[in-house]
Write a protein that binds this ligand. Structure first.
Ligand code: 3HC
Ligand code: NAI
Length: 649
């Protein structure tokens, strides 16, 4: 039994209990249908309060049932029974009410929510649209433009925002269940709005609706579900409710069979599995609350900001008081921006500012539980920093390096206690990017690894464990396909053709626009360093070096692979000439590449490098590689990632 009914006077309580997130599987749907029948039969009842056990209201339909034949009772039918029940149902929402969970709450006559609750229809992120009346009921409760944002945008909203919009009838003061029971007891004092489907749609601003629909449609790129979500909302505004419900359900079932939704469900579970490492199965480490960061440049400032935004205390160490001040300015800038964009309120902002200190005195790191170094990418500089950290911190303080390419095991080997060092490879900007590669050097202790994992969880990162190699998972695959794209340039493609092929495939931008954005000078410096070490490959492509020698460092220089003098990336005949000259110099007969051939080649290089990474044990599972490519480089999520695409899985 996962649904229980109890009666307290003239109010019935229906409790749903299906850990961990009360997903609605067949047993829960059947239990709810039974609860409707049972409460309908209770004499003298005034209302039913529906609430959930555990940490959350309902997080949606059970995604694990998606690949299987649908089983009765179907959710839309159960919700119709709740909406048509003899007495009003009141949803008491805590934690999250997502997808089918919010649809369940929408079928109730009223919603009472805890202040910290989140409500949303994230189905589009799984390649679906709401399939149990969400698109039809929501615009009858809140204005259609906001409904569109929730359905086609997929982002959950806070309970307070939901209350402002009218989606939540009352925010709970104190205990949620007590508030909901009190709400039920005082129903007679409020007007009865009637069943949701019997209400008219709220569509006060058709122009705003259309403007948002166009924006969301564009943002969807190659993904089908946001477009279907817009269509379903349009249907809800124009069709009678029963027809709109039928159209919504048909689209939902169609999308459930779409390869995109299968791929997105795969990514959903892959992201959750990626953070698990067998050797840590029985190891627990508390979240390190006092963090040290060494180096306050691009990465150090972003890492420090991410940590204070997550409620941790940060001391940032720089080389001099002056540079420490500049680093503090960068961190404060990020916090100010978070405040301006409404990510945090004034109170949180003040708390974050108070939790941050910048210093040039290493002794200030003495009480840190975890110190992350983000100094220059130079082995000897990092070695010296780690040696210093070993003397100023406690022996159980975990040390981490944010190196992009250096050998973390070799760095650890320079330390008095190599078991303290773990790799925490953040992506730029560190406070925004969701991915964190936890690099596992040979000598690392379980405590150090588990502490890194605990930090990752506290920061809300998607974690992937990676072995030690040049570039770990993300940068190694990126280096491989970037090198191959350069060969394609010599063989006949142009940067804007490669970028266009990638964008048509679903990347937010192509590799050359991405390089221009990041700046070409850092990779140039690395290539020069490698050349000096005698590490230049035989078939070296000189084109990027020629651009750098001409000062074409990317967007910041106004010129890179593209010309930015108009503010936008424009194909540049000078770059084309450099490329054609290089083909000629090497005696390569240029051939035409179509978009399909370009993408086929990029994918095959990614997959071959992915295979090598698996063979060498750098990644534990192919799924981990997909998680990395999606979250580090904008590989289109709805394809499942390069390894998934190769199938069969
Ligand atoms: N179905 C099945 N399992 C689910 C699930 C779901 N809807 N939602 C979460 N889970 C599982 C996770 O796989 C995980 O299992 P594991 O411990 O075995 O790995 C466990 O519940 C806990 O999940 P998280 O690790 O993600 O826990 P968090 O606390 O970080 O996040 C959450 C909780 C915000 C609810 C997040 O899990 C989430 O976003 N879930 C998906 C929500 C969603 O997309 N719902 C819509 C489903 S589609 C739908 O409802 C169709 C309808 O319109 C008909
Ligand atoms: P950066 O050059 O912007 O910042 C480095 C900072 O370290 C400077 O502010 C410098 O003053 C400080 N520093 C140098 N030696 C120090 C010392 N002994 N003590 C205290 N501070 C010291 O470099 P960036 O880009 O932030 O990179 C830092 C590290 O992060 C590198 O290892 C890099 O490979 C890695 N990384 C960089 C990414 C990026 O996109 N920029 C992404 C992921 C990792």
């Amino acid at each position: 039994m996962t649904v229980f009914v109890t009666q307290e006077g003239d109010i019935a309580r229906v409790t749903l209990d299906n850990p961990p997130v009360n997903a609605l599987g067949q047993a829960q749907r059947a239990g709810l249908a039974e609860a409707v029948a049972q409460t309908n039969a209770m004499p003298g009842l005034r209302a039913v309060v529906l609430h959930c056990a555990g940490r959350s209201f309902v997080a949606g339909a059970d995604i694990r049932e998606f690949g299987k034949p649908p089983m009765e009772p179907h959710l839309p039918d159960v919700l119709a029974q709740i909406e048509g029940a003899h007495v009003p149902w009141i949803a008491a929402i805590h934690g999250t009410a997502l997808g089918g969970g919010l649809e369940l709450a929408l079928a109730c006559r009223y919603r009472v929510a805890a202040r910290g609750a989140k409500l949303g229809l994230p189905e589009v992120t799984l390649g679906l649209i709401p399939g149990a009346g969400g698109t039809v009921r929501l615009p009858r409760i809140i204005p259609a433009t906001y409904a569109l944002e929730m359905v086609a945008g997929g982002k959950p909203i806070s309970a307070t925002r939901a209350a402002d919009l009218g989606l939540v009838d009352q925010l709970a003061e104190g205990d949620l269940l007590d508030s909901a029971l009190h709400f039920a007891a005082t129903l007679a004092e409020r007007p009865d709005p009637g069943p949701v489907l019997a209400r008219p749609v709220l569509h006060p601003d058709p122009a705003a609706f259309e403007a948002l629909a166009t924006k969301l449609d564009k943002r969807a790129r190659g993904q089908n579900s946001p477009k279907e979500a817009v269509a379903a909302l349009r249907g809800a505004l124009t069709l009678p409710a029963p027809e709109a419900l039928a159209a919504e359900r048909a689209a939902f079932l169609r999308l459930r069979d779409d390869p995109q939704s299968k791929a997105l469900a795969y990514v959903f579970f892959a992201e959750r599995a990626a953070g698990r490492l067998d050797r840590l199965k029985d190891v627990r480490a508390p979240v390190p609350e006092r963090i040290g960061v060494v180096g306050g440049g691009t990465m150090g400032a972003g890492i420090a900001a991410a940590c204070v935004l997550a409620g941790l205390r940060v001391t940032l160490l720089e080389q001099t008081a002056e540079v420490a001040d500049a680093a503090k300015g960068r961190v404060m800038g990020i916090l100010q921006d978070s405040l301006a964009r409404g990510v945090i309120g004034a109170d949180r902002h003040a708390a974050c500012v108070a939790a941050f200190t910048a210093t040039n005195d290493p002794a200030d790191l003495s009480d840190a539980q975890l110190v992350i170094e983000a100094v220059f990418e130079d082995f000897d500089v990092k070695k010296a920093v780690l040696a210093q950290l070993e003397t100023v911190t406690a022996p159980d303080c975990v040390l981490a390096t944010n190196t992009s390419y250096l050998d973390v095991s070799a760095l650890a080997a320079t330390m008095a206690d190599p078991s303290r060092l773990v790799g925490l490879h953040f992506f730029s900007p560190a406070h925004v990017m969701k991915l964190l590669e936890i690099v596992v050097p040979d000598a690392v202790s379980d405590h150090a690894l588990a502490t890194g994992a605990a930090l990752a969880k506290a920061l809300g990162k998607i974690t992937v464990f990676a072995g030690v190699c040049d570039g770990f998972i993300a940068n190694r695959i990126m280096s491989a396909y970037r090198a191959d794209c350069e060969h394609m340039l010599e063989e006949g493609a142009l940067p804007w053709q490669i970028d266009a092929a990638m964008v048509a495939f679903g990347f937010p931008m192509g590799i050359y626009q991405m390089q221009d954005l990041a700046g070409l000078d850092i990779a140039w410096a690395m290539r020069k360093r490698r050349a000096a070490e005698g590490k230049r490959p035989a078939n070296y492509v000189r084109i990027p070096d020629i651009l750098c020698e001409a000062g074409r460092f990317g967007r910041k220089a106004g010129r890179g692979w593209y010309d930015y003098s108009s503010g936008k990336p424009v194909p540049d005949p000078e770059v084309e000439r450099v490329i054609l000259d290089e083909s000629a110099r090497k005696g390569i007969a240029r051939q035409d590449f179509g978009a399909e051939a370009i993408m086929a080649r990029i994918l095959s290089v990614m997959q071959a490098e992915g295979d090598a990474i698996l063979r060498e044990g750098i990644a534990a599972r192919a799924d981990d590689i997909d998680v990395v490519m999606i979250n580090a480089f904008g590989f289109p999520r709805w394809t499942g990632g390069p390894m998934y695409l190769r199938g069969p899985f």
